[in-house]
Write a protein that binds this ligand. Sequence first.
Ligand code: ADE
Length: 371
Amino acid sequence: VAGVTSPFPASAVRSIRRAVLAFYDARRRPLPWRASPDPYRVWISEIMLQQTRVETVVPYYERWLARFPDLDALADAEPDAVLAAWAGLGYYSRARNLHRAARLVRERHGGRLPETAAALQALPGMGEYTAGAIASIAFGRAEPAIDGNVRRVLARVLDIEAPAPAALRATAAALVPARRPGDFNQALMELGATVCTPRRPACHRCPLARWCAARANGTQHERPAPRRAAPVPTFAVGTALVRTREGRVLVARRPEHGLLAGLWEFPGAELRPGETARAAARRVARRLTRRARLGRAIPLASVEHAFSHRRETYHVHRFDIDAPAGDAPPATPVRWLEPAALRTLAMPAAQRRIAAAFLDGGTDPSRRARA
Ligand code: ADE
C-alpha cells in the first residue's frame, strides 16, 4: 500500500510476503468460502466469521447459500426467513444488517457490491475489518484486514504489549502485497488460528519466526497482553415449557427490539428477589395460559448462555396443562407447536438446547440435560 511507513526494510517485506503466501499455499484449510471468490459468498462468510468460530460457521454458511444463493435471493427474502437462517449464530444484528445491506446494494449499486474498502464500509454491518477483508479477498485490492487473530500475530511480530490500532494498521498495510492481497490477509488469519495461537504458539512451524521480535525476546506468551474484560453479571431465569394434553408446546416471540429481538423462545422471567426458579417459571406459565389448570412443575434442564455483556441461566420447568392450546394476552405473540416444529423455529442457541433436552429426554423427568 502506497504512502505507509513500514517497520521493515523493503527486502524483508518481500521475504515476509513470500513466506506467508507459501505457508498459505501449503497449509490453508479448505474452507467452503475459499472455493470461489464470488463477492456475495465472501461477504456472507466474513459477516458470519465476525464473532463466530470457523467450525461453527461452516454448516450455517452452507445452509445459508442453499437458501439464499445470491444477493437477489437475500434482498427478496422476508425478514423472518433471514432471521430463521441465522438463528443459533448469535449477534443477530448481523443478520438484520446483512439483509438491509443486500437491499441497499440492489437499490444503490445495481446489485453489485462496491469494490473499495471505503465504499464497503458505508454499508450496514460493515466495519473496517470486514471491508478490508472483502476488498482484498473478493476484489484483489491491497487493503489490510485486521481481525483478532491478525492483531495477535502482528503484536508478536512487533513485540508490542498493547498495540495501538494505528500501529497495527500501518504494519498490515505495509505488508499486504498488490498481488494476492486476499490470500495474504487470509494467511495471516490462518497463522493466528492454527500456529500463532493465544496459549501455545508453535513458533517452530511459523513462517514469520525469523522476523518475530517477541520470539527473539522470548515474550510471545505475553503478547498481546489480555484486554481486561469487564465482569459479566449472571441472571437466573425461570423458564416454562408448557405442554397441552395433545402434546403441543408453547413458544413466545421476543420483542422487536433489544436482546435476541424477534426470536422465538420458551417463555421465561428473571427471578424476583427471593423467588425460586420454579415459582418464576410458574408465574410465566400462568400469565400465558390464564384459563388452564397448570400441573406441577417438573424440572427439565438448566441451560446457561453467555452473551457479550451478561450471562443467563435458564432453569426450565415443564408444566402439563389440562386444556387445549389457548390464547395468550394480546401483548405476547405466542404459538402452540407440534414438538417436531421446534426444530425449524427461529430460536437462539440456548433455546435450541432446551428444545433438544425436551425432544430427546421425552417425558422422563429424571433425565436432566445440562449444557
Ligand atoms: N476469519 C475471518 N475471516 C476468515 C477467513 N476468510 N478465513 C478464515 N478465518 C477467517
